[in-house]
Design a binder for this molecule. Structure first.
Ligand code: GLY
Length: 355
């Protein structure tokens, strides 16, 4: 297990380990969770993020405040899949993307943002303090600094440095699937290492033994019944400089329609973008599909488009509808998401299109 992986493992599990491992082991069937407030988020990093969101929701706070507070926790993790400690692009720079959307069609996002610890909060400022929806690159950084966000030192986390050094040995431009799973499978829900896929986008281990992974997406309904969502990412490790995925694109990585539901996506952003994934899932729910079936419909569409190449990528969606029902669906097995409401706090293993 790499140092990075060990850190992630112990940070994620810690003294909570035994309990969490039991939860993960038990988290096989998908369940209908209803009632509000409720928060769901992608991958096992979502457990800690949900706790942060819950501190807001349980005090009758807004879903918007909750989804910002929740993913900030993940952004703060030093050697995590999200934020400044994540793997860099192929030129050695960490570039971050994030988006946020509230219950009134207000939305904001930042992309290609460097040296700012909390892109999700900058995205919220874009939403609240500018006439725009999206700021990118240097302009986004300038705006963040003007808003009082500290400019963090340039450089990589220790584990990202190691991973990058390894990558540089071959410097192959082989974008790796956005696995986003920090686990090897030993913990019960990371089976990507036996996918058997091939090709340039195939899931594969990074040279340091870690998996490429990146995003946390979170959607929540507050006690008042309002929906909001957030999504934050370092994007694909060793990506081309300037590459953006779905996460900062409203309608792709995140969409909230307070009349219908809220959705966020994870996985290979390019394929989420090409179907306006999160928006599509909302529209499927508007047509009457359950959150799970709506996510499934979007995944099936991507699978149809990709044809035989579908096995080379991962995409997944998580969704909440206006009744507070939640659901998710993935292209590949191995995707899980975290749920928290008044009665439950758990990981849910998600059904997949491919076996
Ligand atoms: N889903 C995150 C990305 O593709 O960047």
């Amino acid at each position: 297990m790499s140092t990075r992986r060990k850190f992630l493992h112990s940070a994620a599990l810690g003294s909570f380990g035994t309990l969490l491992t039991k939860r993960l082991a038990a988290a096989t069937p998908q369940v209908a969770v209803t009632g509000r407030p409720v928060v769901i988020s992608t991958w096992d990093t979502g457990l800690a993020a949900n706790k942060g969101a819950w501190e807001v929701l349980s005090r009758n706070g807004t879903a918007l405040d909750a989804v910002e507070a929740g993913v900030r926790i993940t952004e703060s993790e030093i050697n995590c899949c999200v934020g400044l400690g994540a793997n860099p692009d192929r030129d050695g720079h960490v570039t971050l993307d994030a988006s946020i959307m509230d219950h009134q069609w207000n939305c904001g996002s930042v992309a290609f943002l460097e040296r700012i610890k909390h892109p999700i909060s900058v995205a919220r400022r874009v939403m609240e303090k500018t006439p725009h929806v999206m700021l990118v690159g240097e302009g986004a950084q300038q705006f963040a600094i003007a808003e009082g966000f500290p400019l963090e030192p340039a450089g990589l986390s220790e584990d990202a440095k190691k991973a990058y050094k390894e990558w540089l040995k071959k410097s192959e431009y082989k974008p790796v699937i956005n696995i986003e799973n920090t686990k090897s499978g030993k913990e019960g829900h990371g089976p990507h290492n036996d996918l058997g896929a091939s090709g340039p986008w195939a899931p594969q281990r990074l040279p340091n033994g870690d998996w490429n992974h990146d995003t946390i997406g979170m959607v929540a309904m507050d006690a008042a019944g309002n929906l909001s969502g957030s999504c934050t990412t370092s994007g694909m490790g060793f990506k081309m400089r300037g590459r953006l995925g779905d996460s900062p694109i409203i309608g792709a990585g995140l969409f909230v329609d307070n009349e219908v539901g809220a959705v966020t996506a994870t996985g290979q952003g390019e394929d989420v973008i090409r179907i306006c994934g999160s928006h599509s899932v909302v529209e499927y729910m508007r047509q009457g599909l359950s959150p799970e079936n709506a996510c499934k419909a979007a995944v099936e569409k991507i699978a149809r488009i990709k044809k035989e190449k579908a096995k080379e990528i991962q995409v997944a969606f998580i969704a909440i509808n206006k009744k507070g029902e939640v659901g998710a669906y993935a292209l590949q097995k191995g995707f899980s998401y975290a749920i928290k409401n008044n009665s439950e706090e758990k990981m849910v293993e998600v059904k997949s299109f491919l076996p």
